[in-house]
Design a protein around this ligand. Structure first.
Ligand SMILES: [Zn+2]
Ligand SMILES: [Zn+2]
Length: 148
């Protein structure tokens, strides 16, 4: 059992009792999926073991794209592919955060809010790249990742 699953199983019910009516429906689905991943709530899967040759029956995974247990291998593959495509030169990470007074609005207007966040952050990067006090360059290569 993963640490995130343990946290959700332990504190999820109390969290949902307090905030359940305020959070998006999608969050309910994710919390449920993570709590029930590999618990037999999604059935079980029979594997033919390559080591001992015997079948092993294991609880099925939730498959939710937000579940760290299900997505760990995909995340590693994504990271390795990205590193192979990395261009020579300097790289660095910029983090844009949402000011606290806007967070409640963003939570209930995610599509609008995240679009605005990506638009504002990419405009800021382009402005700083062009500004001779910073890079003074023609163009920048960058991509954005939403980390919630
Ligand atoms: Zn085995
Ligand atoms: Zn899962």
């Amino acid at each position: 059992m993963g640490a995130i699953q343990q946290i959700f199983q332990r504190f999820g019910p109390e969290y949902l009792a307090r905030f359940g009516e305020q959070i998006p429906a999608q969050h309910h689905k994710v919390i449920e999926a993570i709590c029930q991943c590999r618990t037999e709530a999604y059935g079980s899967v029979c594997y033919q073991c390559e080591d001992c040759g015997h079948p092993h029956i294991l609880p099925a995974a939730c498959g939710n794209r937000h579940c760290p247990q299900c997505q760990h291998r995909k995340t590693q593959q994504w990271l390795e592919r990205g590193l192979q495509r990395q261009l020579p030169g300097h790289h660095f990470m910029l983090t844009f955060t949402v000011p606290e007074p806007l967070r409640a609005f963003l939570r209930s207007h995610q599509e609008l809010g995240y679009d605005a966040l990506f638009a504002a952050s990419s405009q800021a990067i382009k402005a700083l790249v062009h500004d001779p006090r910073f890079l003074g360059a023609d163009r920048a290569g960058f991509f954005g990742v939403l980390h919630t």
